[in-house]
Design a protein around this ligand. Sequence first.
Ligand SMILES: NC(=O)c1ccc[n+]([C@@H]2O[C@H](COP(=O)([O-])OP(=O)(O)OC[C@H]3O[C@@H](n4cnc5c(N)ncnc54)[C@H](O)[C@@H]3O)[C@@H](O)[C@H]2O)c1
Length: 495
Amino acid sequence: MDNIKRVGLLGGGVIGGAWAARAVLNGMDAVVCDTDPEAERKVGEVIENARRAYSMLTIAPLPAPGTWRIVRTLEEAADGADFIQESLPEREDLKIRLLAQAETAMRPDVVIGSSTSGLLPTRLQSGLKHPERFVVGHPFNPVYLMPLVEVCGGEKTSDDTKQRAMAFYRRIGMHPLHVRKEIDGFIADRLMEALWREALWLVNDDVATTEEIDDAIRFGPGLRWAFMGTMLIYRIAGGEPGMRHFMAQFGPSLKWPWTKLMDVPELDTALLDKLCAQSDAQAAGTGIREFERLRDSCLVSIFQGLKANDYGAGRTLADYEKRLWSAQGRDAVAIAVKPEPLRLYEGRVEPGWLDYNGHMNESRYLQVFSTASDALLALIGADTDYVRRGHSFYTAETHIMHLNEMRANTPFHVTTQVLGADEKRLHVWQIIHRGDDGAVVATGEHMYLHVDAKAGRAAPMLPEVRDKLAPIVVAHAGLPRPDNAGRSIGMKRKG
Ligand SMILES: NC(=O)c1ccc[n+]([C@@H]2O[C@H](COP(=O)([O-])OP(=O)(O)OC[C@H]3O[C@@H](n4cnc5c(N)ncnc54)[C@H](O)[C@@H]3O)[C@@H](O)[C@H]2O)c1
């Protein structure tokens, strides 16, 4: 699935737009078919939100973003796509008809994933000429952040299709969960619907408002669900004897009237009006996009916290980051060494990098320099594999001069000049150049120390790295030394 360059998206609403964001931020081009005249604006806004979220989520080197465009016919989105994801409205007849229409423009080997929340794949694939290439890939909102994608095949889905779909979803940072048995609503929506049904009863019967129901979750069990789910939490709740004791204690309550199970309250006007009025009061005028940004920031905080514990969705993020760092090492190999500073990193100022002045915050300058240095280290073979083997470069000293500002979305690139190196040290000079007018935004001078990480002390570079660094040192030896190299911080002395 490494060869997927272009993704065809059928439907660009809440889910399709967010698939576009995930694809684009992972370096793939997205061609999105949607008939809504507002689709371009809506998808653009979702991608902006996603960029903001990723700039908080990770400092790992994301690939250069892909392109995206809206088209009006399914065939245009399908033509030339290496993977198709269908996110059309949740109507079985419509999906079957439109999938068959789109298939006429697809290569026969291309996998089609469907975002359906609960329709059965065996039925959805029934109108296809190549039903074996169809599989459900049920994501969660916001698709660009939530790792889970439930993968469920129909009777005619091939194993190869399931494997390829899971590999693709994994590559773009997701956690595919194979739903082994075809079932309406798959796993997560069955659980969520049971909770939702009960919540609607509680509103209907005036037991609780929408806000009180959300409080009951977000100050309580929802916090635990984020990392341990429900079964493991109940095992712990059983104390030392675990699940058996828990079942003995609470099993009987399953027969008490604690839930309404399959009964559904009549969704009549009175209930809908009450529900929506309570929801409006709860939102207190905050708009959807603002809520989306709050939701994304909170999700990122959860992922970071879980990553620190190497657990649950935090481990998915850590694995994704490892792949991004490794990819940087792989991609670095081809650059030719010339007697000029190396241009190894370019980017844009991400919306999440700004401070209260509306400029890029100082910490992000260091991040930018650090990413450029990692690109240099990857180029000379000091990549994630080298680090895994116990060798690394640690930063010993850094001096940054701030010369200009950058605002959100400003493009930039970094040049790196090697000022010198010996067997344990690497001395570099970097410049951040503003992309729109070429202004020098900042310079950074850094001394890196090569270490034997296991022994915890400086040590000579291994020959494989030293030999790749040597020609760069030679090529840069003739470059003029930057005026401010070696400069120390200080106020001009009077007199
Ligand atoms: N919203 C969620 O939380 C969620 C979560 C997981 C899965 N899903 C599933 O994702 C799918 C899409 O749901 P959504 O929430 O994005 O719905 P949505 O209404 O936001 O998006 C559907 C999009 O399809 C477009 N569309 C309709 N007919 C079309 C046609 N003939 N050609 C091209 N575009 C057409 C619409 O303009 C709309 O933008 C559904 O199957 C849904 O069950 C939704």
